[in-house]
Design a protein around this ligand. Structure first.
Ligand code: XIL
Length: 322
């Protein structure tokens, strides 16, 4: 199908991509696709704690500043990912001593430094990422250990103090697949709202497979979050084709299933209310950029473009849904 017309602009909501900022600098083909096809950018790694705040008194702004410049020159939105998470933390933080009060100050400083620098340039943030286990219990992350379960509420309060205009998101995976986890997140958000803690959106990560979660599960989940008045971001969409790690290459049938799956996801996203649709973000440009092979030790082909930056049937499925 035709890729001369961009994905963005075909619907009333932004179309996003996770961006590897170093690659944006050195790979022209990659940069052209990001520039031509998408109007919302999420930094894939550079805002994570270990990268942006590698030593206690040191922040590394260069990569993020570069992304902002790139986004501004192309009129693109930047979504901030992520402030408080249990992964990609620097050693200094893991070894940091101190009581609950010290950790609250540390968390506040981290949030304030970053959000203040990008105020007006980054208007939405994944404030807390992946706080829950699959069974719906709260993850025993370092934040939970040092501050207690109230760290989530605190993080949102600090984020709001840092930038009153920013849209604040909670982001997590398997929220459609796993009803227990979803219930825990719905409960958290209901509690935050009842205490007037600002939270505006939910990031449903959408690392999915061609077979599951089903379309009904995805719809049900999105509608439950919509009922809480949240903006809904399908924040990290990829469609894995090789969960059992037994395929060496995708067949046409697999690619066709992947196309159908994304079309269904996009068509259903369209059904949400206009003010709920924050956008759909794919987690990388081409299969070669995908985080899945490196993180799960298997081959996979989960994204819109192949290793040669040619569009896959999945790209056309996305477009047909818009
Ligand atoms: C992933 C990146 O894509 C990889 O490059 C990195 O090695 C690990 O993190 N959920 C998230 C994302 O919220 O930040 C993760 O990104 C993927 C899972």
């Amino acid at each position: 199908c035709d890729d001369t017309q961009p994905l963005f602009g075909l619907s009333g909501f932004p179309i996003g991509v996770a961006v590897d900022v170093p690659k944006l600098r050195y790979d022209n083909q990659y940069r052209d696709i990001v520039h031509n096809q998408f109007n919302s950018l999420t930094p894939e790694n550079i805002l994570k704690f270990e990268n942006i705040h590698p030593a206690e008194a040191q922040y590394e702004w260069a990569e993020m500043d570069h992304l902002i410049e790139f986004a501004q020159s192309g009129n693109k939105r930047v979504h901030g990912h992520t402030l408080i998470w249990h992964k990609q933390l620097p050693v200094w933080l893991l070894n940091h001593k101190g009581n609950k009060e010290d950790w609250l100050v540390l968390m506040r400083d981290h949030i304030f430094k970053i959000m203040t620098r990008y105020k007006g340039k980054v208007q939405s943030w994944d404030v807390v990422n992946e706080a829950f286990n699959e069974d719906g219990t709260l993850r025993h992350s370092i934040w939970n250990q040092k501050i207690g379960p109230g760290y989530i509420e605190q993080a949102f309060l600090f984020a709001h103090q840092a930038d009153k205009d920013a849209l604040l998101f909670y982001n997590d995976f398997n929220l459609a697949l796993n009803a227990n986890k979803r219930k825990a997140v719905l409960k958290l958000i209901t509690t935050l709202k009842s205490k007037n803690v600002p939270i505006h959106g939910i990031g449903m990560q959408m690392h999915v497979f061609d077979g599951f979660p089903s379309q009904t599960e995805i719809n049900t989940a999105a509608i439950e979050f919509q009922k809480l008045g949240l903006k809904i971001h399908f924040s990290e969409l990829d469609i894995s084709l090789n969960p059992l790690a037994n395929k060496q290459a995708p067949t046409n049938k697999m690619l066709g299933n992947q196309k159908r799956k994304i079309k269904m996801i996009v068509l259903n996203y369209q059904q949400l209310g206009i003010s709920s649709k924050f956008g759909i973000t794919v987690w990388g440009v081409s299969d070669i950029d995908s985080w899945i092979p490196a993180n799960f030790n298997r081959m996979d082909w989960p994204l819109l473009y192949d290793d040669e930056y040619q569009t896959k049937p999945m790209y056309c499925g996305f477009k047909e849904g818009l």
